[in-house]
Design a protein around this ligand. Structure first.
Ligand code: 4NP
Length: 163
């Protein structure tokens, strides 16, 4: 059984698909494909079915040489059961995820993505949607840092290595 990570932002077309694809890139490099599974979702229904934003894909390609794959979907209650760890890109996302878990049963599974950064001091991954290209580049830089920390964290969890 693999350790399951879900990355969540607002639209699931910029930040969370980037996090998912960057994490998968690191997982490939570490040879941990059969141990860690990644997915992403948005708290909103705005872009359901859409591929990642072109501006985000351009930044991921330029900075890391990776293509962003994915089709936006909305976060749902069942995701709390399905995933081991849910990573919110910003505090609004975090609150909106917790609002779906009225009992607080799954609160412990939800974390802010920037908690895993070691080089950057940002507390949130800023929403790049209405800004210029530098915002998209910054998202990639932050997510590389956070994904590296997250991979270390998952590796340190016993479950990450249980069949
Ligand atoms: P994301 O970016 O949450 O990182 O996917 C956004 C995408 C769409 C919108 C806002 C943020 N929007 O308002 O449509």
């Amino acid at each position: 059984m693999s350790y399951k990570l879900l990355f969540v932002c607002l639209g699931n077309i910029c930040r969370s698909p980037s996090a998912e694809n960057i994490m998968n890139h690191l997982i490939d490099q570490a040879g941990l494909n059969d141990r860690i599974y990644c997915d992403s979702a948005g708290t909103s229904s705005y872009h359901i079915g859409s591929p990642p934003d072109r501006r985000m894909s351009a930044a991921a390609s330029a900075k890391l040489g990776i293509k962003l794959r994915g089709q936006a979907r909305q976060f749902q209650k069942l995701d709390f059961q399905e995933f081991d760890l849910i990573l919110a890109m910003d505090k609004d996302n975090y609150e909106n995820i917790l609002a779906v878990d009225r009992s607080g049963e799954y609160h412990h599974k939800v974390r802010l993505m920037c908690d895993f950064c070691s080089r950057h001091t940002f507390k949130e991954v800023p929403d790049p949607y209405y800004g210029g290209p530098e915002g998209f580049n910054q998202v990639i830089d932050l997510l590389i840092d956070a994904c590296e920390g997250l991979l270390d964290y998952v590796n340190s969890q016993e479950k990450g290595f249980r069949e």
